[in-house]
Design a protein around this ligand. Structure first.
Ligand SMILES: *[C@@H]1O[C@H](CO)[C@@H](O)[C@H](O)[C@H]1NC(C)=O
Ligand SMILES: *[C@@H]1O[C@H](CO)[C@@H](O)[C@H](O)[C@H]1NC(C)=O
Ligand SMILES: *[C@@H]1O[C@H](CO)[C@@H](O)[C@H](O)[C@H]1NC(C)=O
Ligand SMILES: *[C@@H]1O[C@H](CO)[C@@H](O)[C@H](O)[C@H]1NC(C)=O
Ligand SMILES: *[C@@H]1O[C@H](CO)[C@@H](O)[C@H](O)[C@H]1NC(C)=O
Ligand SMILES: *[C@@H]1O[C@H](CO)[C@@H](O)[C@H](O)[C@H]1NC(C)=O
Length: 298
């Protein structure tokens, strides 16, 4: 693709301007986060509503999911046209992929009952719809960032191992022709490991995937020294933890060597909490920590 999609993307209003939420996790728990855009509403019984319903209900059964866990389609015309993108985490079997999207396509209209644009993230899949053409164009806007509250015992060593892991994963994921997905585990100490995962929507070019993941890797500086983080940008996702949160592929080929690029320790830039939509995340502890984090940085 390239220039065409990119230009379109830049001309359109951004879903997230000055948007940054930091949410925190203490223990592994299911992640659910939804955001409704303020860009416009549709009315009950409108053609837009009917198109959206039809499109959402076609996702979980779509044969498009078979090859790469990815769905992208649109229906309707002019102001009634609806676009949808759905992506399952790269390690998901097709049945759990369909099941997650079936749940999500119902949950997204519960969360956002009349908004023309919405995004929903769960552990196993994510789903997005809009009245704008969001297909085949990179959007590296930040949707949400979660991090594990625990600190690494040796932050300098942790960041070095993590940096190397994250850049390896970026290279693997962006080079993956089908899924744009990579996951890997590396040793941190003799007793502990770091598990990492990176994924882009498969409809964007390698360069755009690299760019999106670069931005996600830079987001980690907000969580420097933390033992886990989840960065969700619209076109890519990055997560690492010190426990296994994805299925390890059987017979995964050894990754190509790449130059270790440790994350530079640096103080985070000022956080802005402005937003053009509302975010809801289903984690009590997370929302609690979220308030605390905002207070601390503002
Ligand atoms: C859209 O609807 C929501 C309530 O569902 C409301 O809060 C919001 O102000 C509406 N936005 C516009 C642009 O009318
Ligand atoms: C939508 O259509 C249903 C069934 O035709 C009707 O009962 C309902 O009042 C309509 N709602 C609006 C807001 O027009
Ligand atoms: C999806 O397929 C299942 C099994 O074939 C069927 O029961 C279900 O009604 C379909 N769902 C939709 C939304 O079409
Ligand atoms: C889809 O979700 C509906 C409602 O939650 C449920 O009744 C149905 O069994 C689900 N279908 C599949 C295939 O998971
Ligand atoms: C992690 O480190 C920060 C800053 O040094 C400290 O404020 C915080 O309490 C620590 N968290 C835990 C869980 O020990
Ligand atoms: C959907 O994504 C695929 C890549 O996975 C791309 O080839 C195709 O053109 C996209 N379709 C639309 C309608 O954008």
């Amino acid at each position: 693709m390239g220039a065409h999609g990119e230009n379109e993307s830049m001309d359109r209003p951004r879903l997230s301007i000055c948007f940054l939420f930091i949410l925190s996790l203490i223990t592994p728990q299911p992640i659910f986060a939804a955001r409704c855009s303020d860009s416009g509403n549709y009315t009950t019984n409108s053609t837009y509503a009917a198109n959206l319903k039809t499109l959402l209900s076609s996702i979980s059964n779509s044969s498009d999911l078979n090859s790469d866990g990815f769905f992208n389609a649109s229906i309707g015309q002019n102001q009634d046209q609806v676009y949808a993108l759905a992506l399952c985490r790269g390690d998901q079997e097709i049945t759990s992929c369909r099941s997650c999207l079936n749940d999500s396509s119902q949950a997204i209209t519960k969360e956002c009952p009349n908004q023309k644009e919405a995004f929903l993230y769960k552990d196993e899949c994510m789903l997005r719809f809009s009245s704008r053409n969001i297909l085949s164009s990179m959007d590296d806007g930040l949707f949400a960032m979660f991090y594990n509250l625990q600190n690494a015992t040796n932050p300098a060593h942790f960041n070095e191992v993590l940096g190397s892991l994250l850049y390896d994963l970026r290279e693997q994921a962006s080079s993956d022709g089908v899924r744009k997905y990579a996951a890997k585990v590396v040793s941190y100490t003799s007793l502990s490991k770091i598990y990492g995962l990176e994924q882009c929507t498969p409809d964007i070019a390698k360069l755009h995937c690299e760019k999106c993941l670069d931005d996600a890797i830079n987001d980690i500086t907000h969580a420097s020294g933390k033992v886990g983080a989840l960065i969700i940008r619209y076109s890519c996702v990055l997560r690492f933890e010190m426990y296994q949160f994805f299925q390890l592929a059987v017979d995964a080929p050894p990754p190509p060597r790449s130059t270790p690029a440790p994350l530079a320790p640096q103080s985070p830039p000022p956080l802005s909490t402005g937003s053009t939509g509302t975010l809801r995340a289903s984690l009590l502890s997370c929302l609690h920590c979220f308030n605390k984090v905002n207070k601390a940085v503002n």
